[in-house]
Design a protein around this ligand. Structure first.
Ligand SMILES: [Zn+2]
Length: 686
């Protein structure tokens, strides 16, 4: 499988002007951390192409995001595993209605209405689904169904787009008005919202098709947020400029892939009667393949409208789905709309009659054909196709991003570099030893062995903890490194209980305040982890040591395990005061562990490659720099060294194990024997 990280949700205001609560981002991550969720094409639950495992909350000044592992299958076997996970996921989401709701629904519906074969269904509200269930439960509503299968909108009370309340219960709009015409997916909220608005106008009569099979509990109707963006159209208002005849707009590759549309046809005709003339519009999209739950048919959206040609008054508009078998579609593709005839299976979804205002008329058509850019293209949308693509490609509105130099991402200019990453790791308590162990962020591999890499200064934490009688050990294959800069990378320390974690925080306060005295701008990375029975809660902190020290001096530098969401919300507010500084490219995040890890990057050797005899593991340092970049002003290549031996200036023993500490002033820097390791990018000293 191919795995990468991506930001899946944020607390920024999105294009629908909605903002997620920052604390709720943590809850949604925690709830889906264990099973994950399918990665869907165009939000269609029938098209899983991978798996998303949300695992971290990334707090930066001005923006909080959920980070996830995105796993994409590469082989058939990978794909069948994704499919298996998807089946379990549907069972645990769509069909996993709380027993309490099922009991209430059964009581409210009663034995006369239920057949016993209803399936629990949660797609908008807690509901039961079974053939004819809504028809039996609400005969008075369904009595009003006309010859097209529609009921008047005015007979209904819409509480959410597509959900209509009847006492404690609710009925739903027909599932053909959901994505991919499937009851598993969300409603076309734009279309239903526009119809609802129009129904308030007494000069028009709006009718809609209901789902005859599903009844839900009104108070469980949830607002679904599908972070998709269907832009508003800017159509040409002049109907008389439209040409009669059939116009065909053909889809390009991406429309075919994402929306399975091959083309859309528009047919204007003029029909002259004795005393009047009408303009009639028919538009139909042709799909490439089967959609949604019904794999036997190709569902094509269609609209029909009648306009009085003498007054330009729009009198009628309706929307429906025409269903073709694959064989019928082959025949259909050979002709145009004018020659099709009406023998296809035809399901009317809504209709509007009366005096329809042209702006509304365009909105309804536009929203009925959601995701079909060919429709707005035809109606003379002022956006060119390229603009639309650009618009759709944009993610949520992010605050201003930090202009990171990719070769020195660890440099901190000011407080805006500060960030906190809260990560759930799959490590569990029973696998964590009693003794405190420092884990590295990176390893180096030689032909003979693998080394865990640590900054020589990481030893100071061990020495400070040792004074309080707390033993921190480094792996036997630890290799200590010395760098010619002020960036201090502390290791990952996983604790078994909160008392020891508090001791580590105390030791860090002393360590960081000493670092700050030397240079308040030093970049500093630390990680505090607490093993819990089901996962490990990890908090990485990065920034200038000034802000890191302030953070450590807060009441709760590490979240209380019961109140992480509240802690995340408070933390985001505190960090927001630093301004806006966002690492949109996730340059600071380790792609495998999802811990913070702003890396030093390998630089080429001046005057040819100097063999260090060891390959750095790819996780530690990205190479990929070319010689042409090495002359960048302000950037220099510095040397990193491995410590072969270090003798304590105070006790004369091995500094790697003795209790003396440079940082607290009981020893001068040790006399070290160093070996060249590699060159890396840094800024020239000022
Ligand atoms: Zn010593």
């Amino acid at each position: 499988v191919k795995s990468q990280i991506a930001a899946t949700m944020s607390d920024a205001v999105n294009r629908k002007s909605m903002r997620m609560d920052t604390g709720a981002l943590y809850d949604s991550m925690r709830d889906s951390f264990e099973v994950g969720m399918p990665l869907l094409i165009s939000h269609d639950r029938h098209r899983p192409v991978g798996w998303i495992v949300p695992a971290a909350i990334y707090l930066e000044p001005g923006l909080t995001r959920v980070l996830a592992h995105v796993i994409e299958p590469e082989t058939d076997e990978d794909y069948s595993q994704i499919k298996q996970r998807w089946i379990k996921f549907i069972a645990s989401t769509i069909h996993d209605v709380p027993q309490e709701s099922v009991t209430r629904l059964k009581e409210l519906l009663g034995r006369d209405v239920l057949t016993g074969s209803e399936i629990p269904w949660d797609s908008g509200a807690h509901a039961l689904r079974g053939v004819g269930l809504a028809e039996r439960a609400f005969p008075k509503i369904f009595e009003q169904v006309d010859k097209d299968g529609l009921v008047p909108f005015t007979a209904l009370t819409m509480i959410r787009p597509g959900i209509f309340q009847i006492g404690e219960l609710c009925v739903f709009a027909h599932h053909f008005m959901r994505r991919s015409e499937s009851p598993f997916n969300h409603f076309n909220e734009e279309l239903l919202g526009t119809l609802h608005q129009m129904a308030k106008d007494s000069s028009v009569n709006v009718r809609v098709r209901l789902d005859p099979d599903m009844v839900g509990l009104a108070d469980t109707a949830a607002h679904t947020i599908e972070l998709d963006y269907w832009y508003g159209p800017k159509f040409n208002e002049d109907l008389s400029s439209l040409q009669t005849g059939v116009t065909v707009h053909t889809a390009d590759e991406s429309e075919r892939f994402f929306h399975k549309i091959s083309r859309t046809e528009f047919w204007w005709q003029r029909r002259t009667k004795e005393t009047s003339a009408q303009l009639i519009l028919e538009a139909e999209e042709l799909r490439d393949s089967e959609s949604g739950a019904d794999r036997t048919k190709l569902h094509c959206r269609y609209v029909h409208s009648v306009i009085d040609a003498t007054t330009d008054r729009i009198e009628h508009l309706d929307g429906s789905i025409r269903a073709y078998t694959p064989e019928e579609m082959i025949t259909r593709l050979d002709v145009d709309l004018k020659r099709v005839g009406r023998q296809t299976e035809y399901t009317k979804l809504w209709r509007v009659d009366g005096n329809i205002e042209i702006g509304r008329w365009k909105s309804v058509i536009h929203n009925h054909f959601r995701d079909n850019a060919l429709v707005s293209e035809y109606f003379g949308s002022q956006k060119s196709k390229a603009d639309i693509r650009e618009e759709l490609g944009k993610t949520d509105v992010f605050p201003q991003s930090l202009n990171l130099d990719k070769r020195v991402p660890w440099l901190c200019d000011d407080a805006r570099s500060f960030r906190v990453l809260v990560t759930h790791q799959p490590v569990i308590l029973e696998h964590i030893s009693e003794e405190l162990v420092a884990f590295p962020h990176a390893w180096a591999r030689s032909e003979k062995a693998e080394y865990a890499l640590f900054d020589l200064q990481a030893l100071e934490l061990m020495k400070l903890l040792g004074r309080d009688g707390c033993r921190l050990t480094f792996a036997p294959n630890a290799r200590f490194m010395v760098f010619d800069d002020h960036y201090l990378q502390m290791p990952i320390v996983i604790h078994r209980n909160r008392e020891v974690l508090d001791q580590t925080i105390k030791a860090y306060r002393e360590l960081v305040s000493n670092v700050r005295e030397e240079d308040p701008d030093s970049p500093l990375l630390m990680n505090l982890s607490l093993a819990l029975p089901e996962y490990t809660l990890s908090v990485s902190i990065f920034g200038r040591c000034t802000e890191v020290l302030d953070w450590l001096n807060r009441d709760q530098p590490f979240p209380p395990t019961e109140l992480v969401a509240d802690w995340v919300r408070d933390a985001a507010e505190a960090i927001a005061l630093f301004g806006e500084g966002v690492d949109t490219a996730l340059e600071y995040v380790h792609p495998e562990s999802l811990n913070l890890y702003p890396q030093r990057k390998i630089a080429p050797q001046p005057g040819g490659f100097r063999q260090s005899g060891e390959a750095m593991s790819s996780a530690i340092i990205d190479s990929g720099t070319t010689n042409s970049e090495s002359n960048e002003p302000g950037l220099v290549a510095r040397e990193a060294f491995k410590v072969l031996s270090a003798t304590c200036s105070n006790c004369g023993g091995n500094y790697l194990t003795c209790p003396c500490s440079v940082i607290t002033g009981d020893a001068d820097p040790p006399t070290a024997e160093l070996g060249f390791a590699f060159n890396y990018w840094a800024t020239a000293k000022r």
